[in-house]
Design a protein around this ligand. Structure first.
Ligand code: AGP
Length: 612
């Protein structure tokens, strides 16, 4: 939801900001802008454009700029349509203050009326525009002081960065809930929404807490958090791989990330699984005795992470016999929360920034539950709003459609289920060893699949269905979350309407959607519900629909029932969500590409949803 970057140092910053924005484009891409402090602060050079960064690059032109202080923004619209006037940076009436923001100023309407009453003429429909006007109003020669005063007047969830012509060589930022961090380079500093924005230049990061105001110049960082200025915030060296932000020979990030799943699975397993089947989840924040006493688990998440949570429910209930409640975070946060001490809450969020997931975790934490963040991003807000963390080690995911982080989340939940199963004595040591072996085999199975002839066959099958106007997805047991996830992948990157249902529910409504030729994707992998799924396939076929089955390789029966089969590697049925989702990711990908769509930047979406 909007990416922001600011640079201050001794290098010409135009290109640094543009390339930094390219690394943040996954956060929003409906419009973008850049402001450079030119002529040693004599004026601001402002360029904004509708569309993605390629359009901004063209608008900015090739001319070099000597500016060494600047701001950039890539937008996902919240307040105000997608217009140049609403793009950021937003500036004050004199054109002396520029601001980029991610988030929402909730009381902007009353601030706007107040400022308008004082004669301020607004040029955009954004909530952000109140910020440069307020800063200009509060400015008495100290930008940090002005920003601190402004933060006392605004409400909402935000991260913003401001610069003022009178203070070249300084940027001041503030954050409440939304992410903002300092990149510490050699004689230069960055303020950005996420590490990839400056990873090419430095791996040294200073993290900011919610509610803090920060001022940077080329060589220092000063932070205010209600206790006076602090100048020695620790610097953390991040291990993120810069290659993650490159396509590495693949045509899109999504395809690259689908192919990175074996590595994401290997790395998420890492050294956590002992030879004896024991599991070490290093930062869970609960010792084994306390974990063994957990009686209830609540999983909260959104979108694809929620689907991983649904898989986790099957794994934990089956292996550890602990009841699991899994709910979308945007609903959980507003229900009467009955979680309490003794309950374990798992907030799954690859980005660690999703506003609803963070809020749901907070609600449960306030009631005394032990909250664990399952996330892919070190230092993210989720890691700071929780009592423990399980990291997926999937590497940076840029494609808006989550793929490798999803399978890594399922792997992490399987590790937790295995650990809990042993602690609860729900698994025998032999049983746990067998499951551990099954988990170890998963990355190799996915690797072999991706290197086989199957992906090309998935493309061929998908090509024949690419113009269908609607897809129904059906499955049972662990096949249900696979359907939900497969259907989400297809709709978000191809814009084709999909419905995903437990197959047993089909007769209670969705069957009315079927016409001769309607494509129905059925997850029909081997397991105790296979025969039931086959019965559902018969019901679908009786209506003339076309069945595309996802089946376990080697199954000889499915070919008699389905029009097309997408094979997935053989693994114990409860682990098929890891293997069966891969053909469905490729199926969605192939249909979107056949329709000429930009899968990495689907319309209206943003990778991280930092607003409610
Ligand atoms: C996934 O393809 C989606 N883009 C989306 O549903 C995503 O999973 C959701 O927004 C949750 O994000 P998070 O994991 O970063 O919290």
């Amino acid at each position: 939801m909007c990416g922001i970057i600011g640079y201050v140092g001794s290098r010409s910053c135009k290109e640094l900001i543009l390339t930094g924005l390219e690394r943040l484009e996954y956060r929003g891409y409906d419009s973008a802008g850049i402001a450079l402090l030119e002529g040693g602060g004599s004026h601001l050079e402002l360029v904004r454009a509708i569309g993605n960064l390629a359009v901004l690059r063209e608008a900015v032109g090739e001319n070099s700029s000597p500016a060494t202080t600047g701001l950039g923004h890539t937008r996902w619209a919240t307040h105000g349509g997608v217009t140049v006037a609403n793009a950021h940076p937003q500036v004050d009436a004199e054109g002396r203050v520029a601001v980029v923001m991610n988030g929402i100023i909730e009381n902007y309407m009353s601030l706007r009326s107040e400022l308008a009453g004082q004669g301020v003429a607004f040029r955009s429909e954004t909530d952000t525009e109140v910020l440069p006007h307020l800063i200009a109003q509060e400015y008495r020669g100290d930008l940090a002081e002005a920003v601190r005063r402004v933060t006392e007047r605004i409400q909402g969830h935000y991260a913003f960065v401001a610069m003022h012509c009178d203070e070249p060589g300084r940027l001041v930022g503030a954050r409440k809930e939304c992410p903002l961090m300092v990149g510490v380079g050699d004689g230069e500093r960055f303020l950005a929404s996420a590490i990839p924005a400056f990873l090419r230049h430095t791996r040294d990061v200073q993290l900011l807490e919610s509610g803090e105001v920060v001022s940077i110049d080329a060589s220092s960082t000063t932070i205010w958090n209600g206790h006076g200025p602090e100048a020695d915030r620790p610097v953390t060296r991040v291990l993120m791989d810069e290659d993650s932000a490159e396509k590495g020979g693949h045509e899109t990030f999504m395809l690259k990330e689908i192919h990175e799943q074996p590595t994401a699975l290997w790395d998420t397993l890492g050294d956590r699984l002992g030879a004896d089947g024991s599991v070490d989840l290093e930062a869970l924040g609960l010792d084994d005795a306390s974990l063994a006493r957990v009686e209830r688990i609540h999983i909260v998440a959104c979108g694809t992470s929620f689907h991983a949570g649904l898989v986790g429910r099957y794994l934990i209930e089956d292996w550890a016999r602990v009841p699991v409640h899994c709910e979308v975070a945007s609903e959980y946060r507003y229900r009467t929360c009955l979680a309490g001490p003794g309950d374990l809450i798992i907030g799954i969020t690859q980005s660690g920034e999703t506003a609803d997931t963070l809020a749901a975790m907070r609600v449960a934490r306030e009631r005394g539950a032990h909250v664990v963040a399952l996330t892919n991003i070190m230092g993210s807000q989720a890691t700071r709003d929780s009592d423990g963390v399980i990291f997926t080690r999937a590497g940076l995911e840029i494609g808006v459609a989550a793929t490798k982080t999803h399978t890594a989340q399922v792997m992490a939940l399987a590790l937790l289920a295995l650990k809990l199963g042993r602690l609860k004595w729900a698994l025998t040591s032999v049983g746990a060893l067998e499951l551990a072996e099954d988990l170890r085999r998963l990355p190799d199975l996915v690797q072999a699949y991706l290197h086989s002839a199957e992906p090309a066959r998935v493309y061929e099958v998908a090509g024949r269905y690419a113009s269908c106007p609607f897809f129904l997805y059906l499955g049972r047991h662990v096949g249900v979350p696979v359907c939900f996830e497969g259907a989400l992948k297809l709709k978000e990157i191809s814009y084709i309407p999909t419905e995903a249902y437990p197959a047993g529910e089909m007769k209670h409504g969705p069957i009315a959607l079927l016409e001769p030729g309607s494509p129905v994707v059925v997850v029909a992998t081997d397991g105790h519900v296979f025969d039931k799924v086959v019965s559902n396939i018969q019901e679908v076929k009786a209506r003339g629909a076309a069945v595309i089955a996802v089946a376990t390789e080697g199954n000889e029966e499915i070919g008699h029932h389905a029009d097309d089969v997408l094979w997935c590697p053989r693994t114990p049925s409860i682990l098929t969500p890891v293997t069966a989702i891969v053909p469905l990711q490729l199926f969605a990908y192939a249909i979107a590409r056949a329709n000429g769509l930009n899968v990495d930047q689907p319309r209206n979406l943003a990778k991280t949803v930092t607003v409610e």
